[in-house]
Design a protein around this ligand. Structure first.
Ligand code: NI
Length: 468
């Protein structure tokens, strides 16, 4: 074990030492307080220094290990940033400014400790008057066997290593729900145009690796987690960090998977779900909505991203009238022939435009042609909903034939496929609803029919055709 032979500066379990002193810097006088505490790892301590003056406060943390070269590296990193802040504070006559205090903090978190590596994540926050606040993550990863700090380029020297790393990282972001809230697909793609420049900050975690993206901005925008098994194709096998089940509390939230908890809700009466694909259409969708409203029927619209972009007002009406919105991809691509990145683009861009327009994300997805594969299922964060009754409205272009198929095939629990871009469906809809009403059917959304409403995420990875 690397720790053997280290002289721990701590001989007791936890000790806190407080030292009060003053540090004069320019016209600023700082009250300084220092403390030391043991970390969760034997032989590694965290030293905290806090300073307060009339105009500024700072707090910095040093990680003290048994490796002197690493200790020097850490103290020069911390020292450099602390000095920069103190110089800024000293230079500016802050007393004349608004009474806002300047502040600086550099907090350390031990991300991974093994015989081979020590990986530290630093959160650096800086607030100076009249300057935009900075909130960034920095990282230090040290290879104890080679006795040097390691950089990304030390790890990815295989041919195409950067491209593979970029692709893995991008996928990891696109699978993250939070990313949709703050960035567009294009912004995320931008971050990968210069992987050698932008994918520099990383830390090892107990189960893989985190990559930090700030893309030159004032804030670290994403932390992408890549699981150890995903590092295999892109990193030298020897360099992959050992996996730990416990140890440090690491932010690998992206890897969390929810076990589906299928549950049959009691169905109230005869339920059936009408679904409309390929819209919104500029004239036909509003007519479909009028008829649904007249018969107090709810339905599900599987919309195309590019159509939503063209007719946002119609999507808003669909949503306002209580219908469910599902994704039908951006441009009706046949998904199984796409690679994972392009597949994610189809899903992600559509979710994004729906969320932006309707204020909520699609709750279900119907792949064009009902075509899916394992890869699609693994990328989705909503269940797939196909159909059990195909009205063939696009093929026959005949409202009577659409009605006939519904009469012949509809059963309680059926999911009926129609297209709100087809004239035949617009013409048949009123008669279909009259018929269903006469048979005591209640038209509900697919999620209501399937009993998965408000917990679609529990059914990710499932494909539904009807309510069984
Ligand atoms: Ni379609």
């Amino acid at each position: 074990m690397w720790r053997n032979g280290l002289i721990s500066i701590m001989t007791i379990m936890v000790a806190i030492i407080l030292i009060g002193c003053s540090l004069a810097k320019g016209h600023q006088t700082f009250e300084v307080k220092e403390s030391i505490e043991t970390s969760d790892f034997k032989g590694i301590d965290i030293m905290t220094e806090e300073g307060h003056s009339a105009d500024a406060t700072y707090k910095v943390q040093m990680v003290h290990t048994g490796n002197e070269t690493l200790n020097d590296l850490i103290s020069s990193y911390v020292g450099k940033h602390k000095q920069f802040f103190l110089d800024e504070v000293a230079q500016k006559g802050l007393k004349d400014e608004k009474k806002e205090k300047s502040s600086f903090s550099l907090e350390a978190k031990l991300m991974h400790v093994s015989d081979r590596y020590i990986s530290i994540e630093y959160t650096r926050k800086e607030k100076l008057p009249q300057k935009e606040p900075i909130s960034r993550m920095d990282t230090i990863t040290y290879d104890l066997t080679k006795n040097k700090q390691i950089q990304m380029e030390d790890l990815f020297y295989r041919p195409n290593g950067w491209e593979k790393l970029a692709e893995q990282t991008k996928l990891s972001i696109l699978k993250d729900e939070e990313a949709l809230k703050t960035s567009t697909y294009e912004q995320i793609s931008q971050a990968f145009q210069h992987p050698e420049r932008d994918l520099k900050k990383f830390s090892f975690t107990p189960k893989g690796m985190n990559i930090y993206l700030d893309n030159g901005k004032k804030e670290t925008e994403y932390i992408c987690f890549l699981a150890s098994e995903n590092l295999k194709g892109i990193m030298e096998e020897n360099d992959i960090p050992p996996v730990y089940q416990t140890a440090v509390d690491s932010p690998e939230v992206l890897s969390g998977t929810v076990q589906p908890t299928p549950q049959n809700l009691p169905s109230a009466g005869k339920l059936i779900a009408l679904t409309f694909d390929d819209g919104p259409h500029i004239t036909r969708t509003p007519r479909v909505l009028d008829v649904l409203k007249k018969y107090n029927a709810k339905a599900t619209f599987f919309v195309l991203g590019e159509q939503v972009q063209q007719y946002p007002g119609i999507l808003q009406r669909i949503s306002a009238e209580g219908h469910e919105i599902g994704s039908h991809t951006w441009d009706h691509s046949f998904l199984p022939k796409l690679g994972p990145v392009e597949m994610m683009r189809q899903i992600y861009k559509t979710s994004e435009v729906i969320a932006k327009t309707a204020g909520k994300k699609p709750t279900v997805l119907r792949p064009p042609y009902g075509a899916f594969n394992d890869q699609l299922e693994s990328l989705l964060d909503v269940p797939i909903v196909n159909w059990s009754v195909d009205t063939l409205d696009w093929k026959h272009s005949n409202s009577q034939s659409v009605l006939r198929i519904v009469k012949r095939d509809a059963r309680p629990g059926s999911i009926i496929l129609m297209h709100d871009i087809q004239q035949a469906t617009v013409e048949a809809l009123e008669e279909i609803l009259l018929y269903l009403q006469s048979q005591d059917y209640q038209c509900v959304t697919v999620s209501e029919l399937l009993g998965i409403q408000d917990r679609q995420e529990d059914f990710v990875g499932q494909v539904f055709y009807e309510k069984e």
